[in-house]
Design a protein. Structure first.
Lengths: 416, 277, 341
């Protein structure tokens, strides 16, 4: 046993897959201990906030100010408000207005702004301009207000007694705050989803739930497969025929269709994570049964089994002591495969809306489901679905890699 | 002194058919035989002759399609696990591949302990069991204290097979079925195995049934030889009768096809080619 | 004095394991096979006879490595030749090799004639298909195999027939030396006899000039080969004519081996089978002295330590022992008398 374990950890593929898997597990376990927010808590008002660092503006006003004189500060500021698109639009308007092209240089901000201020008139008729475009230019003009000014912004507070605004503070253009000193800063590495939930926290929780569902479903399927396979293979005869008949039944009806039908008929209210896991487990044992049965059939005519019989051992003893250890490695690999297919089965079910109830726990599939319903892919909000896909891929990849590594350990003929 | 005219194991019309309809194979075809106490019998046949199937039927490991087996004159009844256990106290086996006879996950002690348990010694104190196991190993020139707690792969092929014989020593069955016991053993160690089996037979009057394709081996060890071809016994008699003065054409051909060193080996009797052969 | 077809001088080859250990599977082996003669190499599993066969052809691939010695085929020294060159210029035309269970190498989806075409075209690309067919037909008929076999698939043939087909194919280009490694051990006795008869025919009909037959079954060697060489733990321990080695062995291991032969003949009745206790030494760390000493019933204390060379007697007879021929014969005679009492 010790020797086997040593061999297993010598296998590069197994170690690599195992490390990835353990890393995922550690994150799933340790993250909620550090970040204790409820994963399904809605934290944003509005949908699909981009990933980034969110700094509370109110707190930053009150934070200690530091003056930094940076060369590119002004350029950055202007570039933020006046991008290339806006400059081209302005040039277009000016050309349409009648300014000769030679006088317009979009790279020269001052000149461009000067020309604009002198000539822009929302009411001037430009041929071929639609209403929408006209409104656009009005908005553009409004946003340009004060672009070149070097004055700071004034923070004023409402005086409860006099009802007027009193100047409280001036925020200069070179004033900086240290983010670490701002009271409320929230890092959202993966932004928020359509409901306004922190995608990263949700993802970690969902990965944990999916893994649990996968584990439960995988164990159920493997146990059923092992038992049926052992009985069918060793006892043979009528028992074998009945079990094979059942297996064929389940083969003819595609497992996934069966899964959908059962899920649907259970109904949303009764579909918790555990129920879904059970359903997946009870519909995916076919492959394991067949594989175990084949192995057992080849094992039962071996000499050591015959010798056991001649030594007076019972059927139960022979199955547990003479057959089971010989297929143990096979069963471990089957278990890993079942877990990884169960995770994908749950994800597929959830994408269709037939997975666990949406109000209790998130699962990887549910997150994908929400992302697609709310059209994240069309809107280009990649953080709502891409990380989920990567997580599913990582989990199943690491498990399959472990399996391949184990296969090479147990079957020397496959070693390179 | 075992009564050598007393029939130990006999069979009449013993048949085994596999499959059904047009694809059925008759592996053993209505064989009759009588083996006596203390006798050494060899069942000689080429591969496909049905000898292994017959051996498994005699052991009670597979069912018979037709015919009866008689143990000590009475019809054999192995319908329940209890009756089977009773039968297996009297008939045991040694197989061809010594390594595959062991459960690789168990230490070799388990094999010997199982025998002690089968003989009703489960409740004996451990020290007494060790004594019995040491004695059994000594019979086959092995030291129990060197082998205890070892796994099968730590022993050589010869040692593994000798341990199987130690097992027989512990069980002391009336009949031993040896299926090619020396074919996977080095030539230099074969004599050891055969001598030990013969010694057992001398001490406890055990009937030994060798199953083999090696007619030389059959000649060396047996009192009686049965020749099996395609599920039937085509000839039987004493070793000298069958091998030095064979009557049936099949037997004659079989003997001629084995290389000889004391006499001239006539290669001209190679049959001409037949389609499919 | 006939031409020497294959001459091997002091050949040593080794296996290098995964853990960089050297295992000298063939240790300073010398042998000679003359035209028209056949040599049998006998030994039990693990003695190095199959490794010797591979080494004789100069066909080395890791983990098998050549260490020292010379191989000369019909005057042509092929020591140190690149395995690719060996395959192109030596195999099939000068030396042919039939590995154990060669019949399992037949492609089940190819007719026999296509297999033969591939083999011949690999070694002599100049032959046309018609020439090959003619050659194959002639060869098969001459060896007693019906030409109809050429148009069949391997699965339609019995084990014995497949093996004979492979043997016939390997000699189509008339190699000078044929090396057959356990050609008949996977077959039943009747097929075995056919294969043996064919091997004897090969030399009589002139397809090959000499034969090396490797097996652990001594009665076969006795009936096929002129000379026998016994190998133990990578070394030759006895050499001589078949009759000498089988009925008058000198080396204690050879004596034990011959004493364990079982045949279905009356001559066996008076003979008690001998057994040799123990197992062959581990070649990773061979003893410095005689490799058989720890199992030998005639060993003296110095046998385990002093290096032992082959002691040459007249006419190609040799054995590897510190004892003299007379000492061994006396010891055997005394033992024979003791056993008779």
């Amino acid at each position: 046993m010790k020797h086997t374990i040593r061999q297993v950890f010598h296998s590069g593929k197994f170690v690599f897959g195992f490390s990835i898997f353990v890393a995922v597990l550690l994150i799933v376990i340790v993250y909620p201990l550090i970040i204790t927010d409820p994963p399904l808590g809605i934290i944003s008002q509005g949908t699909f906030f981009e990933p980034g660092i969110y700094v509370n503006v109110y707190d930053s006003i009150g934070s200690e100010r530091y003056i930094l004189n940076l060369d590119d500060a002004t350029a950055n500021r202007i570039a933020g408000r006046l991008g290339d698109k806006e400059r081209l639009d302005m040039k277009e308007w000016l050309l349409a207005y009648g300014i000769p092209e030679s006088e317009i240089d979009i790279a020269d901000t001052e000149q461009l702004l000067g020309l604009w201020e002198n000539h822009y008139d929302p009411k001037s008729p430009i041929a071929g301009m639609t209403n929408a475009q006209r409104n656009y230019y009005i908005r553009l003009d409004a946003s340009l207000g004060g672009l070149l000014s070097t004055e700071g912004a004034i923070i004023a507070v409402n005086n409860p007694d006099t009802g007027t605004l009193e100047e409280k503070k001036v925020v200069g253009q070179s004033d900086y705050v240290n983010v670490g000193q701002v009271a409320n800063v929230r890092v959202l590495p993966l932004g928020t989803d359509n409901f306004g939930r922190d995608v990263l926290t949700e993802l970690v929780k969902a990965a944990g739930v999916s893994l649990q569902i996968g584990l439960v479903a995988g164990i159920i399927a493997t146990l059923i497969g092992l038992t049926l396979g052992l009985l069918a293979g060793y006892v043979g005869g009528l028992v074998d025929d009945v079990i094979m008949f059942l297996t064929n039944l389940f083969t003819v009806i595609p497992g996934f269709v069966l899964l959908i039908l059962i899920s649907y008929s259970i109904g949303q209210e009764r579909r918790g994570a555990a129920t879904v896991a059970a359903v997946i487990g009870f519909t995916s044992w076919i492959w394991t049964t067949r594989a175990v049965r084949a192995q057992v059939i080849s094992l039962r005519s071996r000499d050591h089994v015959n010798l056991s019989k001649l030594s007076g051992h019972s059927i139960a003893y022979i199955i547990f002591a003479d057959i089971l250890p010989y297929i143990a490695s096979y069963v471990v690999m089957a278990l890993i495969l079942q877990i990884s297919t169960a995770i994908i089965a749950e994800a597929s079910l959830s994408i269709l809306g037939l997975g666990p109830r949406t109000s209790e726990v998130p699962t990887l599939g549910l997150m994908l489901n929400w992302a697609f319903i709310y059209q994240a892919h069309i809107l280009g909000k990649w953080w709502a679905y891409l990380p989920v896909l990567v997580t599913i891929a990582l989990i199943t990849f690491s498990m399959n890699l472990m399996n391949t590594g184990l296969d090479q350990v147990f079957n020397p003929a496959l070693r390179e | 002194m075992p009564d050598e005219r007393k029939v130990c194991l006999s069979g009449s019309g013993l048949t085994k058919v596999f499959g059904f309809g047009r694809q059925k194979t008759v592996a053993v075809d209505h064989v009759d035989f009588s083996f006596y106490e203390g006798q050494v019998v060899s069942i000689v046949g080429e591969s496909g002759s049905g000898k292994t199937t017959l051996a498994k039927m005699l052991l009670g490991l597979i069912s018979t399609t037709e015919g009866e087996v008689y143990f000590q004159g009475k019809k054999r009844d192995i319908s329940t696990q209890k009756k089977r256990l009773e039968y297996w106290r009297n008939i045991q086996a040694i197989f061809q591949d010594p390594f595959s006879s062991y459960n690789i996950f168990h230490k070799i002690d388990a094999v010997l302990l199982d025998c002690i348990n089968m003989r009703g010694g489960r409740k004996l104190p451990y020290a007494k069991k060790v004594e019995m196991m040491t004695q059994a190993c000594a019979f086959v020139n092995l030291k129990f204290e060197e082998l205890t707690n070892k796994y099968p792969f730590e022993l050589s092929g010869g040692q593994q097979q000798r341990l199987m014989i130690a097992r027989i020593f512990l069980l002391k069955p009336k009949i031993l079925l040896a299926d090619e016991p020396t074919s996977m053993i080095d030539a230099c160690s074969r004599a050891t195995i055969l001598d030990m089996l013969m010694q057992l037979r001398g001490e406890i009057g055990m009937t030994i049934i060798f199953i083999t394709h090696d007619i030389g081996l059959a000649y060396y060890v047996s009192d009686t030889v049965y020749i099996m071809e395609r599920g039937k016994f085509v000839e039987h008699g004493t070793a000298d009768e069958v091998i030095l003065r064979p009557k049936e054409a099949y037997t004659q051909r079989l003997i001629n096809d084995v290389p000889k060193i004391y006499e001239e080996w006539d290669l001209s009797t190679v049959l001409p080619y037949k389609y499919g052969g | 004095m006939s031409k020497v077809m294959l001459e091997v001088k002091d050949l040593t080859t080794k296996y290098i394991t995964r853990f960089q250990e050297d295992i000298y599977a063939v240790d300073h082996v010398s042998l000679e096979v003359e035209e028209g003669k056949s040599l049998g190499i006998a030994g039990e599993s693990g003695c190095g006879k199959s490794t010797l066969a591979l080494s004789l052809m100069g066909y080395y691939f890791p983990p098998l490595h050549y260490t020292s010695g010379e191989i000369i085929i019909d005057g042509r020294n092929i020591t140190g030749m690149d395995p690719d060159d060996v395959r192109k210029s030596i195999l099939g035309t000068e030396i042919s090799y039939i590995p154990q269970s060669a019949m399992n190498a037949l492609n089940p989806t190819q007719k026999i004639i296509h297999f033969i075409e591939d083999v011949i075209q690999a070694h002599e690309p100049s032959q046309t298909k018609e020439e090959i067919h003619e050659l194959a037909r002639g060869c098969f008929e001459s060896l007693g195999l019906p030409a109809s076999v050429l148009q069949q698939y391997p699965v339609e043939l019995s084990g014995g027939m497949k093996q004979r087909t492979v043997i016939a194919t390997s000699v189509i280009l008339s190699p000078k030396v044929l090396i057959a490694d356990e050609p008949s051990s996977a077959l039943d006795v009747t097929s075995q006899k056919m294969v043996i008869k064919m091997l004897k025919n090969l030399m009589e009909k002139g397809f090959i000039k000499s034969l090396i037959f490797i097996t652990h079954e001594l009665p076969l060697l006795y009936n096929v080969t002129d000379d026998i060489m016994v190998m133990y733990a990578g070394q030759i321990v006895e050499k001589g004519t078949a009759k000498e080695v089988v009925f008058d062995p000198l080396h204690p291991y050879a004596k034990g081996l011959m004493g364990s032969i079982i045949v279905a003949e009356e001559g066996l009745r008076e003979h008690k089978l001998t057994a040799i206790p123990g197992v062959p030494p581990n070649l990773k760390d061979p003893p410095s002295g005689c490799r058989f000493a720890e199992r030998c019933g005639y060993a003296r204390p110095e046998c385990q330590v002093l290096p032992v060379g082959l002691r040459d007697l007249e006419r190609g007879r040799a054995f590897r022992c510190l004892h003299l021929e007379k000492e061994l014969r006396d010891a055997y005679r005394r033992e024979g008398e003791l056993n008779a009492r």
